[in-house]
Write a protein that binds this ligand. Sequence first.
Ligand code: AMP
Ligand code: GLY
Length: 429
Amino acid sequence: MDTYNVLLLGNGGREHAIAWKLVQSEKLGALYIAPGNPGTAQYGKNVELSLSDFDAILSFIRENNIELVIVGPEKPLVNGITDFLKKHDVPVFGPSQKASMLEGSKEFAKEFMTKYKIPTADYSVFSSLDFDDALKFIQLKDTYPIVLKADGLAAGKGVFICHSEDEVKQRLLGIKKDKTLSEAANRLVVEEFLEGEEASVFVISDGHTSHVLHNAQDHKRAGDGDTGLNTGGMGAYSPAPVVTEEILEQVKSEIINPTITGMSLEEYEYVGILYVGLMITADGPKVIEYNCRFGDPECQVILPSLENDLLELFVATTEQRLDEKTIYLDNKYRCCVVLASEGYPLAYNKGMEINGLDEVDEDAIIFHAGTAEKNGATVTDGGRVLNVVGSGNTLQDAINHAYKNVDIISFENKYFRKDIGGKGLRRIG
Ligand code: AMP
Ligand code: GLY
């Protein structure tokens, strides 16, 4: 039997979940994770490599006979790691630089959706030099809320929902002043506000054939009841009852199929995971954003539900053989609660000792995100520290299971949302 030596890039809860799933495959040879975290170290060897140093990554690949590279986060994809490695004949799971523009440039994504008649919010684009024009346009429109989006990657900090003209003015000024944002906001998308409930659908595509893996709902705001600052995601559950069979069919025919076909017609074949962020509106599902990778923490609830061999799926994708595959899911609900450091997404302390990791239920899964090993102890080392995943035959059971295990783990400054999955419960009634 062929086995594959794999290099997985990334260091979050998402990559821990991918590593956890990969080691269930009989086809896995050696697994290396760069840079990884103490969670991924349980399944393979963590290696110190910078994800922006493509030459160093290539040398490592050559020295260790790596046969497949899996890219977790968006940044190396948008920076072209797939094209670089493919040029050197290394098989990579992840979209090319051009295809990653679906996430890397909101302007590109909006133009693409308009061209292929994919439902999304109405929009206009302005260059940073014409923020005055953007303001005039918004004043003329005079409809609030209105959404401002920096065109480029902004680590979740580039979207502003403004409720008044004053807020728009403040935000425009803020974007100009903020050095980290002003580059991403070289172009600014002004977008209609969509009313509805959000959900995400995850697709695996080899450029021609695509399959829906599963759907989930993230909780982006820091506080209960969707209040407070935007974060990378404070928890997720899957499946989301708002994604009914009927909605899913509509998403496939009106969004996923035209996206994969459209990208192929543009000669930007989409190979990898496509994350379709949706607003389920009264007029049906509309795209809020595309991402060119798994969501974090959505990945942590999706992969445990997947019965397929993930490595086989990834290899079939890179060999354009997804038409041979069918996706199998167990029929369970999953709920992931993110344990964060108090203060996240702003300033927080690190280095707090974590207790209770060995005491959780056998069937609860703990994925590491921002942790480190220090003198034999596991300590906090980031804003999002751990992911606690519970499962059950009902959404309520999955939520109870997750929270029961949340209580077993302790560290100073532990913070988490208490209402993960609540929207789903309300919808089921
Ligand atoms: P994005 O980075 O594009 O996903 O935007 C971050 C968050 O802003 C989304 O998860 C939504 O909650 C919200 N958002 C973005 N665009 C819109 C929109 N057009 N209407 C309503 N909410 C939006
Ligand atoms: N959880 C949102 C994201 O991964 O973009």
